[in-house]
Design a binder for this molecule. Structure first.
Ligand code: SAM
Length: 287
């Protein structure tokens, strides 16, 4: 057990709901403020009490735990809201990282504002941010799309929808599905640069970087690549990085056998650039 100094006593902590981030794996990745709050609240709502108990025990925090997960949220939400309306200080934590980020809590938070209940953030770890910070892919813009659908058809539709996003794409993935997902990424998005970040903050933390084909070859060669993982995929190129001259060349080639509309679709499909952008170029250059 680790000793730490509590900054706030229960009597000074304002009433409300506290959304508290907890570690992704390494128990020490928790903020001092998170420990202050967890020590001061009246109760802690968590996904799995058995999962959260060791963390709380490590920091010497003894509080009533209430389970709040996807399968009981509808019945537990009114109970928590009633406690909050009566003036309780309630913390919400998840199994790992930041609650609400691919985890329960959204409906609880949404229900608080109309009831005049204050919601406080106690920020900290989130796997998507941790992965982005070490992947080596552009981070100026990114799109987090949570978990992809479990079946190929749904997964390919979801990837198709993100095909033109000119920013890094971030997904949560499971060891059981990563090979199929990478195959679908190759089929829909092409051989882009990817980074597969696994077991972050844990003993076997690893980032596998390369093209989709390279990472697929590596991951496919293992019986099962174990652990929790975040898949990051480089975004679609923009017109500038292709260079207008190259795009014009492609358009002119396509126009030898195709209508303007077809040629625009061909170039858009080959480059991943939005049709609108290619069409404007075709119009401007009179191709
Ligand atoms: N709320 C969490 C957060 O803020 O990151 C995410 C919860 S979501 C149910 C769990 C998924 O997050 C895992 O399947 C995995 O994709 C990702 N994840 C969680 N811990 C991770 C870790 N240590 N390394 C890599 N990915 C992790």
């Amino acid at each position: 057990m680790l000793e730490f100094e509590h900054q706030k006593t229960p009597s000074t902590l304002p009433q409300g709901l506290y959304i508290v981030s907890t570690p992704l794996g390494n128990k020490r990745d928790i903020t001092l403020r998170a420990l202050d709050i967890l020590s001061a609240v009246d109760c802690i709502a968590c996904e799995d009490t058995r999962h959260s108990a060791p963390l709380l025990q490590y920091y010497g925090i003894k509080k009533p735990l209430i389970s709040y997960h996807d399968h009981n949220a509808a019945s537990k939400r009114p109970v928590l809201l009633e406690k909050l309306q009566q003036g309780a200080r309630v913390a919400l934590i998840s199994d790992a990282g930041t609650p609400l980020i691919a985890d329960p809590g959204y409906k609880l938070v949404a229900a608080c504002a109309p009831l005049g209940i204050t919601v406080f953030t106690i920020p900290g770890c989130s796997a998507v941010i941790a992965a982005l910070s070490i992947a080596g892919l552009p981070t100026d813009k990114f799109c987090f799309l949570g978990f992809l659908p479990p079946k190929t058809a749904g997964r390919r539709t979801a990837l198709e929808a993100a095909k033109h996003y000119q920013m890094t794409l971030a997904f949560y993935e499971t060891p059981q599905r990563i090979v199929e997902t990478l195959e679908d990424v190759a089929a829909v998005l092409g051989n882009r640069q990817v980074a597969l970040a696994r077991e972050l903050t844990k003993l076997y933390e690893q980032v596998i970087r390369g093209t989709v084909a390279e990472v697929l070859a590596l991951v496919g060669a293992q019986a099962v690549l174990k652990g929790e993982m975040v898949l990051l995929i480089s975004g679609a190129e923009d017109a500038q990085s292709y260079g207008e001259a190259a795009l014009l060349e492609m358009l002119k080639k396509a126009r030898e056998t195709q209508s303007v509309k077809e040629a625009v679709a061909t170039v858009s499909g080959a480059t991943g650039l939005p049709r609108k952008e290619i069409y404007q170029l075709a119009l401007r250059e009179g191709v």
